[in-house]
Design a binder for this molecule. Structure first.
Ligand code: AKG
Ligand code: FE2
Length: 365
């Protein structure tokens, strides 16, 4: 098992800066995670706070109210709705059976004309508009970020240039597997002190293109697996520069947005952009024991074909990797070969990829 390291020194980026494309590619290629300053995201801090309030109302609702919108119900649709504890097995080999709920989530799929395409639990049904607007803004931010990646990867304008990725995430062209997920990690009763082996969310990588992650200032717990095989905690506020004056505690919505690369974008870039394994651990005893977070999993259009990215930066990376016979931990010759072929075995479209991951995680067919 990986040992504990310190804190991950994940860079903080201003997406409106002219240097953002190079900075974001470098952070994604090094850490797979990057902090994005709230400024320029199009996500007003008040909206983020409002989503946390809504999330609290949802999770405080009685179990039977939430269960009406279960992910297993036929009216919710694939990968949508309420998930209780053991519905999700992120890391079956290492996650210990803890006899209480360790993670609860509500997955909201794409809206059509401002309407959710699944039942919403009573406590939040009247706030459908807020949820839809937040998901839309998250998607728009993801597209801004994907544009920065396209610029940073120097995709020629003859091939689509800065919109190479975002055009494949343009929801006006069709459905995608994008999901807004509200997460709640309940406090453990004192009789159930977690052992060091108990993990709140098992080690996993995300499936899609990129994930936006919103957390609360007083609720750490997220850790990433470093290339050295150790776990490093991800601070809720980026580490200040050593010489900077200590900042006042930020309000939740003022925190930078944490962005991470998913498997699909990593695959698409032959492993240049890293899809980093991460997990959520229990907090030290002096911290509030419950934890809330919100994730937006951005996926390409279902029918987006997984063709090679026309980028000389990616190509140079592949050539360098091939020359070394593949780099350990960054995908070997097989990955290089898959990328050269352009189409992974059995996965022609983004939907093929997502379906394969959902089958492995939830047994969803
Ligand atoms: O709650 C968190 O901080 C992370 C959640 C996560 O990684 C996920 O749902 O994929
Ligand atoms: Fe995740």
């Amino acid at each position: 098992m990986a040992s504990q390291a310190g804190t991950a020194d994940i860079p903080l980026i201003d997406i409106t800066s002219p240097t953002a494309p190079a900075e974001i590619v470098s952070a994604a290629a090094t850490f797979g995670f990057v902090f994005v300053k709230n400024h320029g995201t199009g996500l007003p801090p008040e909206d983020i706070d409002k989503m946390f309030d809504l999330s609290r109302d949802l999770f405080q609702a009685p179990e039977d109210v939430k269960a009406e919108c279960s992910i297993n119900s036929s009216s919710s649709g694939k990968n949508r709705g309420w998930l209780g504890m053991h519905t999700e097995t992120l890391d079956p080999g290492n996650q210990k059976a803890c006899s209480t709920k360790i993670i609860m989530a509500f997955n909201v799929g794409e809206f059509v004309n401002g309407k959710a395409q699944q039942p919403l639990p009573t406590p939040v049904a009247s706030r459908e508009g807020d949820i839809g607007r937040f998901a839309d803004r998250c998607h728009d931010l993801c597209n801004k970020i994907l544009e920065l990646f396209a610029i940073g990867l120097e995709i020629p304008s003859s091939e689509g240039g800065s919109s190479w990725f975002s055009s494949r995430h343009d929801r006006s062209k069709g459905p995608s597997g994008s999901i807004l997920r509200l997460l709640y990690y309940p406090p453990l009763p004192p009789t159930l002190a977690p052992t060091t082996d108990d993990i709140r969310a098992g080690a996993h990588s995300d499936y899609g293109s990129i994930t936006l992650l919103f957390r609360l200032p007083s609720q750490p717990g997220l850790e990433i697996l470093t290339p050295q095989g150790t776990w490093a905690s991800v601070p809720t506020t980026p580490c200040p520069h050593p010489t900077a004056a200590p900042a006042a505690a930020p309000a939740p919505g003022d925190l930078p947005v944490l962005v991470n690369i998913g498997d699909l974008l990593s695959y698409w870039t032959a492993g240049l952009l890293k899809s980093t394994v991460h997990r959520v651990v229990f907090p030290p005893a002096d911290r509030p024991a419950e934890r809330l977070s919100i994730a937006y999993f951005c996926h390409p259009l279902d029918e987006a074909r997984l063709v090679p990215v026309p980028s000389r930066v990616v190509e140079a990376y592949v050539e360098a990797k091939a020359a070394k016979g593949g780099v350990e931990g960054e995908g070997g010759p097989e990955e290089v070969e898959r990328w050269r072929r352009g189409v992974p075995v059995g996965e022609v479209t983004a939907k093929d990829h997502l379906d394969a991951r959902l089958r492995a995680t939830y047994g969803i067919e």
